[in-house]
Design a protein around this ligand. Structure first.
Ligand code: BEZ
Length: 173
């Protein structure tokens, strides 16, 4: 990467920006859906009891909405470290309000060792309620993501379902 690059954020990047960026826009990617199917044994859980965080799953024709950040190449070094634990960078075409641009996103593939996959909703809720890691509780992660999506005028049924079962605010559980 030689110049500023658009990074698509669909998880914690939407609500926790501890990195510099030159621009930020609402954005979407086509052919993907957000799911709480990735295990977190560092940020939102521990190795013996991993929490659940989002990854993207291929889904023909569906759109995942989030936020794109224009970042300098050196910022990826910080994010690669922050997002270690099964995620890798994918090139992707991003939909911005007025344009389609090439970009990059982090995806945890189904074959990474921390991948958890689907589970009954009650089991997911129980796991999220129980888990916490170095960055805080797993509940906070879900509720902050739901809140950030609503602030973008977006709702994601999977995120909303979990958020509704967990409480409406990070303080409300
Ligand atoms: C995101 O917000 O896009 C994201 C954050 C962490 C890992 C993967 C994706």
């Amino acid at each position: 990467m030689t110049g500023p690059t658009w990074l698509f954020g669909y998880g914690s990047l939407i609500w926790r920006q501890d990195f510099p960026f030159l621009d930020a826009r609402p954005a979407f990617v086509t052919g993907w859906e957000r799911r709480f199917w990735q295990g977190s044994h560092d940020h939102r859980g521990v190795p013996d009891d991993p929490g659940r965080v989002v990854t993207l799953i291929r889904s023909s024709g569906r759109r995942c909405y989030g936020r794109a950040f224009l970042i300098e190449p050196d910022v990826f070094e910080h994010l690669d470290h922050r997002e270690i634990n099964g995620y890798r960078r994918y090139p992707v075409d991003l939909g911005l309000p007025q344009a389609q641009v090439p970009g990059v996103m982090y995806v945890a593939d189904t074959d990474n060792p921390a991948f958890l996959g689907d589970a009954p909703i009650d089991a997911m809720v129980a796991q999220i309620r129980r888990c916490a890691g170095a960055s805080g509780t797993n509940v906070e992660y879900v509720l902050e993501l739901a809140r950030a999506l609503r602030a973008l005028d977006e709702t994601d049924p999977h995120v909303e379902d979990l958020a509704a079962r967990l409480g409406t605010t990070p303080e409300g559980h």
